[in-house]
Design a protein around this ligand. Structure first.
Ligand code: BGC
Length: 257
């Protein structure tokens, strides 16, 4: 069975057909630069263009880098503030043929990792963290997502955690991997004071270089790199849309096969 996912990011909007049983893209993904300023209408137009280029008419899963509740964006830490209060589901549903399911970007990546990647068959409390422009989080309890956790914004030494420990901080401040790993370690230290996960999965582009920083961490929780890399958001969004429960039915835990 196939699905369709679109990943809205600060610099690019990516979409593609997804094989829902295998958890991988079918053919190439399409990427279009995020229009600047990244306000809702121009972004909706790009999402529409991507979906239409595949002649896809089924359900579409769409990720957004902020809190998403019932299709409405509630925060926009790293994107244009005009998103706050925007009904993304309704806006996109008016433009593309299929129904739209929007969800937080890290939640989507986590859903994919739990089903097909580093969290596969893992019970207990699993935390996925994505290190990019910000820090995204997705928390799973026995395979079931607790949506919209925002652990990138915990206070660490008086600052927003993601401000010092996101991958963007490493680039902005030209930090070596060991120097940045210290920041991540401190961030995780504070996080672990309030949460006792059984596993932490680290994703985002920087997880490709996991060997340079993950071994330097001193967390009590085992930390493993994500396996799906840059397709996780698209795959997770497509899964979430395809498996959206009908009214009156309980959703299945996503981490189980
Ligand atoms: C946002 C999260 C998002 C994360 C990664 C954070 O700044 O608040 O909602 O998941 O960035 O994009």
């Amino acid at each position: 069975m196939q699905g369709f996912g679109v990943d809205i990011g600060g610099s690019g909007i990516k979409g593609g057909l997804v094989d829902l049983e295998e958890g991988r893209l079918v053919g190439e993904r399409v990427r279009i630069d995020t229009p600047q300023p990244a306000r809702p209408e121009p972004v909706f137009d790009v999402v529409t263009e991507i979906v239409r280029s595949f002649d896809w008419t089924g359900r579409v899963g769409v990720t957004f880098p902020g809190v998403m509740k019932k299709g409405v964006a509630h925060t926009a830490a790293n994107v244009d503030p005009s998103w706050i209060g925007t009904d993304v589901d309704a806006g996109l549903s008016g433009l593309i043929p299929g129904t739209v399911e929007t969800l937080n970007d890290a939640d989507a990546a986590g859903i994919a990792e739990m089903r097909f990647g580093a969290g596969r068959d893992r019970d207990g409390v699993v935390l996925m963290l994505t290190f990019g422009t910000g820090i995204g989080s997705a928390l799973f309890v026995d395979g079931r997502l607790v949506p919209n956790t925002e652990f990138g914004h915990i206070q660490v030494d008086g600052e927003d955690g993601e401000h010092r420990a996101a991958a963007s901080a490493r680039e902005r401040e030209d930090l070596s991997y060991p120097a940045w790993a210290k920041r991540v370690d401190r961030y995780l230290d504070v996080l672990e004071a309030g949460l006792w996960p059984d596993l932490i999965i680290v994703g985002g582009g920087v997880s490709r270089k996991a060997h340079k920083w993950v071994p330097l961490l001193s967390t009590r929780t085992p930390v493993v790199p994500a396996l799906l890399q840059n397709t996780a958001g698209i795959v997770g969004a497509a899964l979430a849309a395809a498996e959206r429960p009908e009214a009156g039915h309980d959703p299945e835990p996503v981490g189980r096969t």
